[in-house]
Ligand binder design. Structure first.
Ligand code: F6P
Length: 325
C-alpha cells in the first residue's frame, strides 16, 4: 500500500478532525502518501481530493466539525456512482481507504469493497453511540457533555420559576445520549426508545416530585423515543392537561449537540483509532471497523458493525430510577 485516502461521511461528530489528523500523521510516520477526500462519497465521485501531509493537519485536534466536510450521497448508492468513484480513486493512485462515519457510510464502503476490492477500514464517528462493536463512537462523549451543560443551564431557570422542562436530545433510534446526559444533569425522568416508562408512571413521578418539594423538574427525551406515542410538544400538552400544577416549557437542543471542541476523551479515542486504522491496512486487513471494547482497541467486521445492535446500559437506567426518588 502506497497511498491511503481518508474521508468523513454522513452526520459529522466532534472528534472527526482528530481522527483525520491521526490517520494523516500515521501515514506520514509510516512514509506512505495520504490524500483527503472532500464531502465523503460525493467528493469521491467528483475527484475532489486534497493531498495531505503531517503539516496539513496542524491545529485541528481541538476543532469540532470536519475540515474535509461531510455529505450524505445518493449517487454512491448506484452502481454507476460507485464506478465513477473507483475510477477517480484509481487515477489518483489510491490503494486503500479509511472511512470515518456511521452505519450508512460503512454500508457504502462494504459494497465498494465487494465490487472493486478496495481495502477499507472504518472509524465509528457519530454522536448517537449506536454502532455495534465499540463501547464509544467518536463524538458521543462530547455530545453528552454539551447536552449536560445545557441542561444544567435550563435547570437554573427552571428552578427560578418552579417550572417543568421537557428537553429533547438527539439520538435517531437510540437513547444513549438521553440516558447519559440525563443522569449527568440529574433529570427527574428520562424517556428512551429502549425502555417503556409509560405515561402513567411519568405523571406519578412528576406528582411525587412536586409533593416532595422539588423546585424544578427536567424530563430528558430522546428524539427517537416512541414509547409514549408523543413528541415533546405533545408531552407538554398532556402534562398541562393532567397535572395543571405544572408550568411547562420545552427545549429542543438540536444540532448544537453535534458541534463544539471535542472532549479530551474523544481526542484520545480518535488518535488511537486513526493509528490502528492505518496499521491495519498496512497489515493487509480490510472490511473491519476499529472500535474500543474494555478500553482496548478491537476490530469488528463492518458487516457486523452495521447489523448488530448496541445495548443500552440497564444499570444506568436503574441508577436513574433510584436518583429520581
Ligand atoms: O446520527 C446523528 C444525528 O445527529 C442524529 O442524532 C439525528 O437524528 C440526525 O443525525 C440528524 O441528521 P441531520 O443532521 O441530517 O438532520
Amino acid at each position: 500500500i502506497k497511498k491511503i485516502a481518508v474521508f468523513t461521511s454522513g452526520g459529522d461528530s466532534p472528534g472527526m478532525n482528530a481522527a483525520i489528523r491521526s490517520v494523516v500523521r500515521t501515514c506520514a510516520f509510516m512514509k506512505i502518501e495520504c490524500v483527503g477526500i472532500y464531502r465523503g462519497y460525493e467528493g469521491m465521485i467528483e475527484g475532489d481530493f486534497l493531498p495531505m501531509n503531517a503539516r496539513s493537519v496542524n491545529n485541528i485536534i481541538n476543532k469540532g466539525g470536519t475540515i474535509l466536510k461531510s455529505a450524505r450521497c445518493e449517487e454512491f448508492k448506484t452502481r454507476e456512482g460507485r464506478q465513477k468513484a473507483y475510477d477517480q480513486l484509481k487515477s489518483e493512485g489510491v490503494d486503500a481507504m479509511v472511512v470515518i462515519g456511521g452505519d450508512g457510510s460503512f454500508t457504502g464502503a462494504l459494497l465498494f469493497n465487494e465490487e472493486f476490492g478496495m481495502p477499507v477500514i472504518g472509524i465509528p464517528g457519530t454522536i448517537d453511540n449506536d454502532i455495534f462493536g465499540t463501547r464509544y463512537t467518536l463524538g458521543f462523549d462530547t455530545a453528552i457533555n454539551t447536552a449536560m451543560e445545557v441542561i444544567d443551564k435550563i435547570r437554573d431557570t427552571a428552578s427560578s420559576h418552579h417550572r417543568l422542562f421537557f428537553v429533547e436530545v438527539m439520538g435517531r433510534d437510540v437513547g444513549h445520549i438521553a440516558l447519559n446526559a440525563g443522569v449527568g444533569a440529574g433529570a427527574e425522568e428520562i424517556l428512551i426508545p429502549e425502555e417503556n416508562l409509560g405515561l402513567e408512571r411519568l405523571l406519578e413521578s412528576l406528582k411525587r416530585s412536586k409533593l416532595t418539594g422539588k423546585s424544578s423538574s427536567i424530563v430528558v427525551v430522546a428524539e427517537g423515543d416512541k414509547t409514549t406515542g408523543k413528541n415533546v410538544f405533545q408531552l407538554k400538552e398532556y402534562v398541562e392537561e393532567h397535572l395543571p400544577i405544572y408550568d411547562v416549557r420545552v427545549c429542543v437542543l438540536g444540532h448544537m449537540q453535534r458541534g463544539g471542541a471535542p472532549t479530551c476523551f474523544d481526542r484520545v479515542l480518535a488518535s488511537r483509532m486513526g493509528v490502528k486504522a492505518v496499521e491495519a491496512l498496512l497489515e493487509g486487513k480490510s472490511n473491519l471497523m476499529v472500535g474500543i471494547l474494555d478500553d482496548d482497541i478491537a476490530f469488528t467486521p463492518l458487516s457486523e458493525a452495521i447489523k448488530g445492535k448496541t445495548k443500552i446500559d440497564k444499570e444506568l437506567i436503574r441508577v436513574s430510577d433510584i436518583m429520581s426518588t
